[in-house]
Ligand binder design. Structure first.
Ligand SMILES: [Zn+2]
Length: 170
C-alpha cells in the first residue's frame, strides 16, 4: 500500500476523458485502498481517480468527523440523476493548492452508481455531502471548480500557477 502522487493543475490528466469502471477486481480494491490512504493523509474529504493519474470513473469520499470512526464511500461510475435547490459556498481542492472560492451547487441530489463490488447503489445527498459528490463527479468529467468561479479570480490563479511553474523550471 502506498501514498499516491496527487496531480495538480495544470496537469493534463485532470482534463482527460475518463473510462467507466468495468472490472471490480483486486486491482481496483488496491487502487481504492491507496486512494483512501492518500486522501486521509492529505487530508481531504474526497478524491477522484484522475487526481492520482488514473482517468477512470471512480471517486471516494469520507465526510465523517475527526472523532468519529471513518466512513469511506466508494463510488464507481457515479451519475447525478436529479438536482434541486442551489447554494453558493466555499470550496477547495487537493488539485488546486491554495485556492478557495465560492461555487454554486445543488443542495439536494440523487446519485446512482456502483460500489467497490460492482453492486448498484442509489442514494440522496444534501448540503455539504451533496456538494462534495458534485465536486468529485465534476473531476471525472474533467471539470475543476476553477472553471466555475469568477473570471477575474480564475485569471489570477492561472497566472500564479504559470509563474510558479516557470520558477520551478528555472
Ligand atoms: Zn477536487
Amino acid at each position: 500500500m502506498a501514498l499516491l502522487e496527487i496531480r495538480t493543475y495544470p496537469n493534463p490528466v485532470l482534463r482527460k476523458k475518463t473510462t467507466r469502471v468495468t472490472e471490480f477486481n483486486d486491482e481496483l480494491k488496491a487502487l481504492v485502498h491507496d486512494m483512501a490512504e492518500t486522501m486521509y493523509d492529505a487530508p481531504g474529504v474526497g478524491l477522484a481517480a484522475p487526481q492520482v493519474g488514473r482517468p477512470i470513473r471512480l471517486v471516494i469520499m469520507d465526510l465523517s468527523d475527526k472523532d468519529e470512526p471513518r466512513q469511506l464511500l466508494v463510488l464507481a461510475n457515479p451519475e447525478i440523476s436529479e438536482g434541486e435547490g442551489t447554494e453558493l459556498a466555499e470550496e477547495g481542492c487537493l488539485s488546486l493548492p491554495e485556492l478557495t472560492a465560492k461555487v454554486t451547487r445543488f443542495t439536494h441530489i440523487k446519485v446512482k452508481g456502483q460500489n467497490i463490488d460492482g453492486e448498484p447503489i442509489e442514494f440522496e445527498a444534501e448540503d455539504w455531502f451533496a456538494r462534495v459528490v458534485q465536486h468529485e463527479v465534476d473531476h471525472i468529467d474533467g471539470t475543476l471548480f476553477l472553471d466555475k468561479i469568477s473570471v477575474l479570480k480564475r485569471a489570477m490563479y492561472k497566472k500564479k500557477c504559470k509563474k510558479e511553474l516557470a520558477e520551478k523550471q528555472g
